[in-house]
Ligand binder design. Structure first.
Ligand SMILES: *Cc1c(COP(=O)(O)O)cnc(C)c1O
Length: 525
């Protein structure tokens, strides 16, 4: 049985995959989740020799009915998405330390050198497929084509990966808002040197929070954007989560094939550098489908709202300090892609856990779904009004049954980059700061539980975060940053840039005007 999708807040049920993807956020403010998590077929062990693409197909067909996307089209979408990766196995797993059984799942071999490519390459091709089909139907009926405006606020990685996934796509315009001077120079070059006419980068005077505020403003009044359909590349889109499930399987099978991991006797934990909880939520789906993962480790930086939740059962947004005028203050760390105040996909986990914990107390499938949503609404309301909520012990126990958490400081992040660089047998492996957080958490966990294999997820190429890497390795004789800078990134410096500057006083109206003007240019013709 293939599930349809529902909103975590209970406002929509029975939503098709296509609607869930095109809407992004549910109308009631909730996030779409599959109504039930599919189980693996009994012969799933035979997937061990499948390619990444074949594995993605097997997994995605458990969530997406062929009546919605016929199999040959889904295969083509997957193929297009992963053909852009630089290595044939897409997400290779390497071993960092044989003795301690610590491995690294490299997720940065896509076009923008960040793990977000895995989801956003799929999303871009999926969106193109849906729009093409809808517009063919509309045209046959003598109506105008639909145009989609995809917007995103970014502190770096989402913007470039989103742009790369959507550049040149028909009937789509993409607008990315980033804070002026606050993304790394490689990231800025990656976004602003893309020549495709449907890509627009807005450099906004302010912080990442200001960019997100503008984005929320656009969504709060979608009618002001009529007649265009508005959607977002941020990690609320359920298709992004589903696409990420594949690499947990790919990593597991890679270890089995290598002979390092014996599936009948060995046990495995995944350590995931976490910000918005999208990456690790995919691991949770993999685990619930039946992949034998013993535990998922939530690794945070000093923005540790999730770590504090696992320690205490209270999810609390930290108050702003000093002269900061924003609603709350994110601490700027060495791992900016994980600098979040509120972790958006955590709401999805809460729904699944509440379904188990409170759903077991009522009869009837519909009632179970509703009781989970009613709990989520209660927690979200408290979060909104009091900046915090606490869960009952039984919910916390459920969260602890499948996850643990670790908080890693900037100093520890740099120390791990430095240490791993010196590990023997690795030829001076250089971790990026986000990956270093996952590795630090894996090392700690391996100290406490040495019998387990640990796979840390590596979410970015070190060249994207030169500042931290240079700080960590500056004392190393023979380390030259230029040696790790891939040619695809070094050429960007020389390319012409296109960027629209948004001044503070331009505000939301200014952003809206820019979008209407740019989209008007392409839809009039
Ligand atoms: C987005 C990102 C993360 C965090 O992933 P979430 O799905 O938001 O938890 C970690 N590292 C890098 C490099 C990222 O770009």
């Amino acid at each position: 049985m293939i599930a349809s999708f529902l909103s975590t807040r209970g406002g929509s049920y029975g939503v098709s995959f296509e609607e869930a993807v095109l809407q992004g956020l549910a109308p009631d403010g909730g996030l779409f989740v599959p109504e039930s998590i599919p189980s693996l077929p009994c012969d799933w062990n035979n997937w061990v020799d499948l390619s990444f693409e074949e594995l993605a197909f097997e997994i995605l067909t458990l969530y997406i009915p062929s009546t919605e996307i016929p199999h040959q089209f889904l295969k083509a979408i997957i193929h297009q998405a992963y053909a852009s990766f630089r290595v044939p196995d897409v997400t290779p797993t390497i071993t960092l330390d044989n003795e301690r059984k610590i491995h690294l799942l490299e997720l940065f071999h896509g076009p923008t050198f960040a793990f977000k490519d895995i989801a956003l390459q799929f999303f871009g091709n999926l969106l193109e497929f849906f729009l093409e089909r809808r517009n063919q139907t509309l045209q046959k009926a003598g109506q105008d084509r639909e145009h989609y405006v995809v917007v995103g606020a970014t502190s770096g990685d989402t913007g470039s990966a989103g742009i790369e996934g959507l550049r040149g796509k028909k009937d789509v315009s993409v607008f990315v808002l980033f804070p002026t001077g606050r993304v790394s120079s490689v990231q800025e070059a990656q976004m602003t040197t893309v020549p495709d006419a449907n890509v627009h980068c807005l450099s906004v005077d302010g912080t990442f929070d200001d960019c997100q505020g503008l984005l929320k403003g656009l969504f709060a009044d979608r009618s002001a954007m009529a007649p265009f359909n508005l959607t977002s590349i941020n990690s609320i889109n359920v298709s992004r989560i589903l696409a990420q499930v594949t690499f947990y399987f790919a990593s597991y099978f890679s270890l089995v094939r290598s002979g390092k991991f014996n599936p009948s006797s060995d046990q495995i934990k995944f350590s995931v550098p976490t910000g918005n909880f999208g990456d690790i939520l995919a691991g949770f789906l993999a685990k619930r489908m039946g992949l034998p993962i013993s535990q998922l480790i939530v690794a945070t930086n000093e923005n540790d709202i999730l770590h504090r939740f696992w320690q205490t059962g209270t999810y609390e947004k930290l108050k702003s300090t000093g002269s900061n005028t924003h609603a709350g203050a994110v601490k700027e760390t060495m791992s900016p892609a994980m600098d979040v105040l509120i972790s958006s996909n955590f709401e999805r986990l809460l729904w699944f856990l509440a379904y188990d914990v409170y759903g077991s107390e009522v009869d009837g499938e519909r009632e179970k779904l509703q009781v989970a949503s009613s709990m989520v609404r209660q927690w979200q309301a408290a979060l909104k009004s009091e900046d915090r909520f606490s869960v009952e012990q039984k919910m916390l126990n459920a969260a602890r049954a499948e996850f643990s958490s670790q908080r890693v400081s900037d100093a520890e992040t740099l120390a791990t980059i430095h240490d791993v660089y010196q590990w023997t047998g690795l030829k001076h492996y250089v971790l990026d700061p986000h990956s270093a957080i996952g590795v630090t958490a894996a090392i700690r966990s391996a100290e406490a539980a040495p019998s387990f294999h640990h796979v840390a997820l590596s979410t970015a190429h070190p060249a994207k975060f030169s500042h931290a890497v240079e700080l960590a390795l500056s004392e190393e004789q023979g380390f030259l940053f230029s040696d790790i800078l891939p040619p695809q990134l070094s050429v960007l410096e020389k390319l012409p840039r296109r960027v629209i500057h948004v001044k503070r006083r331009d505000g939301l109206d200014g952003v809206r005007k820019i979008i209407m003007e740019e989209v008007g240019k392409v839809t009039k013709t």
